[in-house]
Ligand binder design. Structure first.
Ligand SMILES: [Zn+2]
Ligand SMILES: [Zn+2]
Length: 185
């Protein structure tokens, strides 16, 4: 299993080359065929390996919705790509909890703040450029973030807390790190 691994934290299969989550009964086959040209029997062999390693691996969107939650401020998972240009909402939700929304587009964070929190983007007229830039923006920039999928459920980003000097590891995934470094460097 040098191409596919499982993130123990989510029990989600990931393509280590694309650093992307795969649903075993849904996106797995298509991904391995289309992006890696693997023959059917090879795909099946790897699939069996995944199930052997983790019998309760997430298979479809329903299991994903039932069993997987967004992590909150954990170290990055080494199986997934980390982006450092995230924009994180700094507002508080109606439940009084700090909002955990993260995205990577200015339009996205503005729409989020406006629609979810009723934020009004008050543009100051006149004044210097610096003053105009001071208009309050309820989000933080350059936030480290990760995501599992490109679309569908759990395709949003979450903030991660990189640990200086430490490679990103998933506690139970220590062996996968080995595979990853061997494969990618
Ligand atoms: Zn891939
Ligand atoms: Zn928010």
């Amino acid at each position: 299993m040098d191409l596919i691994d499982i993130i123990p934290r989510f029990k989600v299969a990931v393509c280590l080359r694309c650093r992307l989550g795969l649903l075993l009964d849904k996106t797995y086959d298509r991904h391995l065929l289309r992006f890696h040209g693997l023959a059917r029997d090879v795909r099946e062999l790897i699939r069996q390996g995944i199930i052997e390693k983790e019998p309760s691996v997430i298979r479809d969107e329903m299991e994903l919705a039932e069993r997987v939650e967004y992590p909150i401020l954990e170290p990055p998972l080494m199986q997934l790509a980390t982006q450092y240009d995230g924009l994180a909402c700094d507002l508080t939700g109606i439940d009084g909890q700090k909002c955990a929304y993260v995205c990577r587009s200015l339009t996205g964070i503005k729409v989020h703040c406006r629609t979810v929190h009723g934020w009004a983007n008050v543009q100051r007229r006149g004044g210097s450029k610096a003053q105009r830039r001071d208009v309050q923006r309820p989000w933080r920039e350059h936030v480290a973030c990760q995501r599992l999928f490109h679309s569908g459920q759990l395709s949003g980003y979450w903030e991660v807390r990189p640990q200086e000097g430490l490679p990103a590891t998933d506690v139970a995934g220590a062996s996968a790190y080995h595979i990853y470094t061997k494969d990618m460097t």
